[in-house]
Structure formats: structure tokens, C-alpha cells
Design a protein. Structure first.
Length: 292
């Protein structure tokens, strides 16, 4: 049995989701690997797309995309003619947006700067210190690296954070397995910075897929940006509703999660992903990772 995570919203929200999926399907037709898949599913023409009434009407027809296949021919799933996504505002999960430093590589300009936000590259640590942020948003691995530097005394006068950390992780699987934050890493971040850490799942285009609130009872799904399915093994399948550069349709994430449909204590009504866990890697994949 498949379970689709959807918000019980009015037709306007559903129409927006369907329009976004149609754009992604058009972009997928321009890739090497998706073209034949869409033809086999009867989704290769504009007439077929017009007849869709819900995103699920298209996704039921498509096979799941295995992570191993995605890893093996990543470039073949790319639409080279798509425009880069425009930067969006950072969503801070606890109150108003504080004075925030966002740390990302130059090739990933996903967020826009404004009066409260400054963008930095990982090599600009000295500039980040001079900015004296109240919060830092960065990939989880970078935050752990920074915490170890601070803990070692490398920065004897690191500015005291006041509001929190936003840890970016990707919902798409990597070669060595899906990205996740361990309890030990969260404990380290707390011990060093003494502020809460809020995890955010991002798509390959940097769009917000799911986010952690102050209640810490799972990650709220963003239904306008993605469809997340739960298959028979409780594995999460990811479809982007925004990414036209790297269209992602029913990608197996190699992770399981429990789906919580009750209203969150924070008051937000969307479904939540709880107990996110990585599935064991296939034997061949483990061997390839071990061998470098």
C-alpha cells in the first residue's frame, strides 16, 4: 500500500501542486533517462498532462527510481536547458528571522540576502565571526565541523549565538547512504553553541521539503514543494514539485520514516516525518564505499 502525504487544502493549493508537477514532467521529457519512462507511462504529451486531475494521477503510473540507478547515471537525469532557480528567503522555525549567517558553496545560491541575512562561503570563517550572527544556517556536516573547531579552541572568541542553528540535510540519497543527523552530532552542537538545532530537508534545487519546529516532534512536510510517498517497506519516495534542472520523480531515499498526521503541538497542521532512519546499504554499495 502506498500512502501519499498531502495537505487537506482547497482546490487552489491542489491546482498549484498539479501545475508545478506538470512543469517538472515537461522538464523530465528533456532529459536522456526520463524520456522513455514518460512515454511508457503515457505522460509524454501535452494532452496527457492536461487530463491529469491530481499529482497522484501521474505518479501512480511511474516506476520508483532506485537510488543505485540514480547514482550510476546522475547526469542523464539532468535537464541542461532549465534556468537556475531563483533564491528564496530562509525560513527560520522559531519566531522572527534573527541576524543570520547562511553558509553555502558559491555554486548553491539558494537563499537571498536581506537586512537580517548575510551569505558566506565555507572558507569565509573570519568574515562570519566579524558579522557576529545570532543564528547560523548551513549544511549539517559544516555545522559539526565548525563545532569541532570551536571546541578545540581554534576560535578563542567565537561570537555567542542567541537564537539557534539551522542544519540543512538533503532528502536525496548520497552514494554512502541518506544524509541524517546523529544524536551525538546534535549533542555536540548543543554543548558547543548552547542553542537549539533545527533540521531542514532541502531538495536538489535548495527548496524546502520538510522542516523541524520548536516542538521537535518530526519534520513538517512542505506540500507545495514535494510529494513524499511511503511504500510497503515504509521507505520514503521523493518527488520534487519545483526542480526543473534535475527533475526528481519517485526517487527512493533509502530511508524510512513514520508519518504523523495529528496536529503538531506547535499548531501547524501539515503531516510530519518522524523517526527518520537510514536503510542498510546494499552489499555492492557498501563494498564500493569501503573501496573508495
Amino acid at each position: 500500500m502506498r500512502i501519499f502525504l498531502r495537505r487537506n487544502a482547497g482546490e487552489t493549493a491542489e491546482d498549484k501542486r498539479l501545475d508545478r508537477l506538470r512543469r517538472v514532467l515537461r522538464a523530465a521529457r528533456r532529459t536522456v533517462r526520463y524520456r522513455g519512462v514518460l512515454e511508457a507511462a503515457g505522460l509524454a504529451t501535452e494532452e496527457a498532462l492536461r487530463h491529469l486531475r491530481r499529482p497522484e494521477d501521474a505518479l501512480w503510473r511511474l516506476p520508483r527510481l532506485e537510488a543505485v540507478e540514480w547514482d550510476r547515471a546522475n547526469a542523464a537525469w539532468c535537464n541542461p536547458g532549465a534556468a537556475a532557480p531563483s533564491p528564496e528567503a530562509l525560513r527560520f522555525p522559531a519566531g522572527t528571522l534573527p541576524r543570520t549567517a547562511i553558509v553555502l558553496p558559491r555554486q548553491e545560491p539558494w537563499f537571498r540576502r536581506d537586512r537580517q541575512v548575510r551569505l558566506f562561503e565555507p572558507a569565509q570563517l573570519r568574515d562570519l565571526l566579524a558579522y557576529e550572527p545570532e543564528a547560523i544556517a548551513a549544511p549539517a556536516a559544516f555545522l559539526v565541523f565548525l563545532a569541532r573547531l570551536v571546541d578545540s579552541g581554534y576560535f578563542p572568541s567565537f561570537p555567542r549565538l542567541k537564537r539557534g542553528l539551522v542544519a540543512f540535510t538533503s532528502v536525496a540519497p548520497r552514494r554512502e547512504g541518506p544524509e541524517e543527523m546523529t544524536r551525538q552530532e546534535r549533542d555536540l552542537l548543543w554543548e558547543v553553541f548552547r542553542v537549539p538545532t533545527f533540521q531542514q530537508f532541502l531538495g536538489l534545487d535548495g527548496r524546502l521539503i520538510a522542516w523541524e519546529c520548536e516542538a521537535r516532534e518530526g519534520l513538517h512536510v512542505e506540500p507545495a514543494n514535494a510529494v513524499l510517498e511511503v511504500d510497503r517497506r515504509s521507505e520514503i519516495l521523493f518527488t520534487s514539485l519545483t526542480d526543473c534542472q534535475m527533475p526528481t520523480l519517485r526517487l527512493a531515499t533509502r530511508a524510512t520514516a513514520a508519518v504523523e498526521l495529528s496536529r503538531c503541538p506547535c499548531g501547524h497542521p501539515t503531516p510530519r516525518l518522524a523517526e527518520w532512519r537510514a536503510l542498510p546499504l546494499p552489499i555492492r554499495t557498501r563494498a564500493a564505499c569501503a573501496g573508495g
